[in-house]
Design a protein around this ligand. Structure first.
Ligand code: ADP
Ligand code: GLC
Length: 499
């Protein structure tokens, strides 16, 4: 099958969070399964002209509208040497100074809508110009949400018109709500400006457009697929999602087992596997304490966080609780993250107040992220909502017990410490309601597990290390969705726009 992925991020080139991880890993796994996969992302200033990039010989003409053509340059990594499906995806990077010249992946929402609409059209027009016609166009999150709309409208009559579209919701909270002038720039047909297309309270909602126009829709965990059809988690789009429920699938993300492998991780201090996890974790904990200027202490439980610092992650509630905890409980805390200024300030102050017990690093640091996963005893994710979450899976793979709220993919992946003292089942600590009391109770249970139940703690660590989060099942599930999408697009009942 020929698959075109369109996304704002793909690891290892450009990443701010899990979306980048998933687009990078899913493309590789699909290609390894024998499919012809191409991924189109912007050539941001920060990722430009890496080793092995080859320029496409001709500028690519992007037909924004019948009267407006813009040109960009495509760069390719792994140019195909022969027509057989390669076992690696081909990455295309779109260079355009005005849209993607700066280092940042995301800028200001209104401008981003134009930047990513351009990316999406560039991806489609490049396929037309090079006569590489995908069977499936797989668009990720609101930045690529116009792909299914273009395929049903302005590109419907082209050689891409038979391509099925699959739209993946990584995070329903960010929908791409932008002024209607974007429609004029793109000269989209006016019938799209209705509530069951793109229109939303006098503006455009790009995500909504994708939800109406994609042949199939997926999201990144089965539980989140159910949640987003409810008023509480639907972010205003639950009626649309219920309307399309028959075409919506929740597919749990896998993780990249090569990038996140404690037995071969170049970023950590001591490599380990399930058999020597106790020694390996102890060595990494010592290294982490040293790296972050925490007091050297093998016997103190160390709680870690690696996260974007936004409301979604529930770290505001955690910050309220930490002063009393660090004052009274025997524990250390290490956080790596960046995001909202108020949260950054709050954690910066906490570190200043508890030197040696609380360490905070603000910024993006892949190596330190790996060391925290390897060296911490517990990993905190008290999320308000979490479509899937990757860090809890990385944690389990590194024998670090996640403490999570049972929401979205966290509920699908972490099993609570079995009830009753002495229980040896579970892979972490799970709590349910989003409030201070429940987070505090979860942390107390973790401290109890660590200090009062050492054999149970070891058993849970062993359970966590034994979990399988490979891409095998998700890839099979995506292929199934692609096949169904193709059948529906090309057979009876194709998703066609009104005349
Ligand atoms: P989200 O995509 O909502 O941010 P995920 O748990 O799916 O949450 O993925 C987060 C990814 O981003 C993980 O790979 C995590 O290690 C990484 N990450 C987040 N913040 C940082 C940071 N400050 N430095 C390094 N990696 C980070
Ligand atoms: C989003 C979600 C996160 C998910 C990631 C990858 O960023 O917030 O929960 O794991 O996408 O799908």
């Amino acid at each position: 099958m020929r698959i075109l992925m369109i996304a704002p991020e793909a690891a290892p080139f450009a990443k701010t969070g899990g979306l980048g991880d998933v687009v990078g890993a899913l493309s590789r796994e699909m290609a390894m399964a024998g499919h012809e996969v191409r991924v189109v992302i912007p050539a941001y200033g920060s990722v430009r002209h890496r080793d092995g990039w080859a320029p496409h010989p001709d500028p690519v003409a992007v037909h924004i509208s019948p009267w407006n053509t813009l040109f960009c340059r495509f760069w390719t990594l792994n140019p195909p040497a022969h027509p057989a499906p390669p076992s690696a995806p081909i990455f295309h990077f779109v260079e355009h100074n005005e849209f993607f010249g700066e280092n940042a992946i995301y800028t200001e929402p209104r401008r981003d809508a134009y930047r990513f609409a351009f990316l999406t059209l560039a991806a489609l027009d490049f396929c037309l110009q090079t006569q590489w016609h995908p069977d499936v166009v797989h668009a990720h999150d609101w930045p690529a949400a116009l792909a299914p709309v273009f395929l049903n409208t302005t590109r419907r009559g082209t050689a891409l018109g038979r391509a099925a579209s699959v739209f993946t919701i990584h995070n329903l909270f960010h929908q791409g709500i932008v002024p209607a002038s974007l429609m004029e720039w793109l000269r989209l047909p006016s019938w799209l400006y209705t509530a069951d297309n793109l229109e939303c309270f006098g503006a455009l909602n790009l995500m909504k457009g994708a939800l109406y126009h994609a042949t199939k829709i997926t999201t990144v965990s089965p539980n989140y697929a159910r949640e987003i059809q409810t008023l509480e988690h639907g972010c205003g789009l639950d009626p649309v999602l219920r309307h399309r429920a028959g075409d919506l699938a929740g597919i749990l993300n896998g993780i990249d087992l090569a990038e996140w492998n404690p037995a071969a991780d170049p970023h950590i201090a001591a490599r380990f596997n399930a058999a020597d996890a106790a020694q390996g974790k102890a060595a990494n904990k010592a290294a982490l304490q040293h790296a972050l200027q925490l007091n050297p202490d093998a016997g103190i439980p160390l709680f870690g966080v690696v996260s974007r610092l936004y409301e979604q992650k529930g770290l505001d509630l955690l910050a309220d609780l930490l002063p009393a905890l660090l004052e009274n409980a025997h524990m250390q805390f290490a956080l790596l993250g960046s995001g909202e200024a108020r949260l950054e300030d709050c954690y910066r102050n906490l570190a200043a107040r508890f030197p040696g017990r609380c360490a905070v690093r603000l910024g993006f640091d892949n190596k330190l992220a790996h060391l925290i996963e390897a060296g911490a005893d517990f990993f905190l994710m008290p999320s308000r909502f979490e479509p899937c979450g990757l860090n809890q899976m990385y944690s389990m793979r590194y024998g670090t017990l996640p403490i999570v709220r049972a929401t979205g993919g966290l509920a699908d992946t972490v099993e609570d410490w079995g009830s009753g003292h002495g229980a040896k089942t579970g892979t972490g600590i799970v709590f349910h309601e989003f409030n201070h009391g429940e987070i505090l109770h979860a942390i107390h249970r973790a401290l109890q597990l660590y200090f009062d139940f050492p054999p149970e703690f070891t058993a849970l660590r062993r359970n966590a290390l034994a979990r399988d989060f490979s891409w095998k099942k998700p890839v099979a599930a995506y292929l199934n969705v692609y096949a169904e999408a193709l059948k529906s697009r090309r057979g009876q009942g194709a998703a066609t726009p009104p005349a």
